[in-house]
Ligand binder design. Structure first.
Ligand SMILES: O=P(O)(O)OC[C@H]1O[C@](O)(CO)[C@@H](O)[C@@H]1O
Length: 528
């Protein structure tokens, strides 16, 4: 395609949203009219499915659940009054709670105000709040936000050590839809223990965001925590940023949550239009489909050229990969679908892996996220007429051109600036793209059976560890791993027993592992 044809293609496919000032350009993804024509019926079907989903259809057949995250920003669309009131009440409660925390109306037992927050949660109960915090929290936020989003003891210690002198004024949010995710539960228990060790009453610092009647909900009520916020059954973890999961931490940091919701709502309306070219989510879904032949053959590299949006790709990793990465389609055929997502930020990544992207394996398509406004206030002229922001834009354009010259396609999403409204809209844009793309490839975007398999295996291993410890406690002489496995009732799992024992040896005084460490079969285990 020559320059004039390319410019024409750019104009033919450019999408612009008037109210939000957001552009979507898919012109640099190679697809032709024939593909668009072939996909039209699938898109019509996808629009119809999206409409049914928003109308309250059971969109998650496995779990018999409605999928209602779109109602969170348009409660008037909720299928019944009960849901509508819940949504409205929750947002009002969040705002009132944040105002009470900021003013000191709700305060820690021995201080006038809370100064810090620890947010405990994992997956969808962490990634959205982390992304939004980095994108939008003001420098002088009313409270500092820390995350415990893993079961890593050293990571937990680091956060708690950092807050050691301020635990007395720290608010703890425990976020878990199911209320039973071990990482969240463990984090909460570790934090609680630190509070208790400092003579602080944890309950007077604690807030839960969780499903009704979940294990966490029950603890919060029994122990008299400050309050709880609901996580609705019809909101999935990876689409929960605009529920209490994301709105509570955001409001506490002084982020305008009504603007986030308004931006998402406006994007939802734009992506309801049943016309491919006039619908930005449909355009993205088309580009994903074209790039990866509807089989996820190419990875999605997401590069926001703005530091504050750096966590967007991590956030998208869960949204896209947990939703689309499925073994079977909705008819039970084995399809092994998905799209791999990675990326940090531009231009930084240009000096890390763009070399491979331009010249190495052509197994990806790029998504550039461009932000038009460079900064608040004037910019220094580094050279006559040229600022840092001009350089950043130059790097983006240059990388896009260099990739295109080498047949590497790209999408560009352009925001006027990073605000609560545009971030809300960006979240909605990708949520809806995932919904439409899932329809195109005919997979259930709302379950995650693969994660459940890992969780089950993990709890079986913890049960085995307890068995192993019991055997060791009742054994006076050193035993081989094989014997240990047999006595623990796991004769066919010697390797797992070895891995468990090796870890225990590094952490439990008195548990010795003697022999040639290069030859596990030679090892003898003893617990004194
Ligand atoms: O909020 P919960 O129930 O603790 O779940 C955390 C995460 O675990 C998953 O269920 C599986 O990884 C995610 O979908 C979810 O976001």
């Amino acid at each position: 395609m020559d320059a004039a044809q390319l410019w024409q293609r750019y104009q033919d496919w450019l999408y612009y949203h008037d109210g939000l000032g957001i552009y979507v350009d898919v012109s640099r993804i190679p697809f032709d009219d024939a593909l668009v024509t072939t996909l039209q019926p699938k898109f019509q079907q996808a629009f119809a499915e999206l409409k049914a989903l928003e109308g309250g259809a059971i969109a998650n057949p496995d779990e018999g659940r409605m999928v209602g995250h779109y109602w969170l920003r348009a409660p008037e669309l909720a299928p019944n009054g009960e849901f509508r009131n819940e949504i409205i009440k929750t947002v009002d409660k969040i705002e009132a709670f944040a105002a009470d925390i900021h003013s000191g109306t709700i305060h820690p037992p021995n201080a006038a105000k809370f100064t810090d927050i620890i947010s405990i949660g994992i997956g969808g109960s962490a990634l959205g709040p982390q992304f939004v915090s980095q994108a939008l929290a003001p420098l002088e936020a009313p409270l500092n936000l820390y995350f415990i989003d893993n079961a890593d003891p050293a990571g937990i210690d680091r956060t708690l050590d950092e807050l050691r002198g301020r635990l007395a004024t720290t608010l703890v949010l425990t976020i878990s839809k199911s209320g039973g995710t071990p990482e969240a539960r463990n984090g909460m228990l570790e934090v609680k223990q630190r509070f208790t060790a400092q003579g602080l009453n944890f309950a007077q610092h604690a807030v839960a965001i969780t499903g009704y009647e979940s294990a966490l909900d029950k603890i919060a009520h029994t122990d008299g925590w400050i309050t709880t916020f609901p996580m609705h059954d019809w909101v999935g973890g990876r689409t929960s940023e605009l529920s209490a999961v994301g709105l509570v931490p955001a409001a506490l940091q002084g982020i305008n949550i009504r603007e986030m919701l308004a931006g998402a709502k406006e994007m939802d309306s734009a992506t309801r239009v049943p016309d491919l070219k006039a619908n930005p989510a449909a355009l993205l879904a088309l580009a994903w489909y074209a790039a990866g032949e509807g089989r996820g053959k190419k990875d999605m590299v997401v590069l926001p050229y703005k530091d504050s949006l750096m966590l967007f790709s991590r956030y998208l990793q869960q949204l896209v990969m947990e939703s689309l990465g499925k073994e079977k389609d909705l008819d039970g055929n084995v399809v092994h679908q998905g799209i791999a997502v990675y990326g940090n930020k531009g231009s930084t990544d240009q000096h890390a892996y763009v070399q491979q992207l331009r010249e190495g394996i052509p197994n990806f398509f790029m998504t550039f996220v461009e932000v038009l406004k460079d900064r608040q206030g004037p910019s220094l002229e580094l050279e006559p007429g040229v600022t840092s922001g001009d350089y950043l834009t130059g790097f983006l354009l240059g990388t896009q051109q260099a990739l295109y010259e080498n047949q590497r396609g790209s999408i560009t999403v352009t925001l006027p600036e990073v605000t609560a409204k545009t971030v809300g809209a960006l979240i909605a844009l990708y949520e809806r793209t995932v919904t439409l793309y899932a329809s195109l490839i005919h997979v259930n975007a709302y379950h995650q059976p693969g994660v459940e398999a890992g969780k089950k295996a993990a709890s079986a291993n913890l049960a085995l560890q307890k068995q192993v410890m019991q055997v060791l406690q009742n054994t006076d002489a050193p035993v081989t791993l094989q014997t240990l496995a047999e006595k623990a009732g796991a004769q066919d799992r010697t390797e797992t027993v070895y891995r468990i024992v090796r870890h225990l040896n590094a952490n439990i005084q008195g548990l010795s592992l003697k022999g040639d460490l290069k030859r596990p079969a030679s090892l003898q285990v003893l617990l004194k």
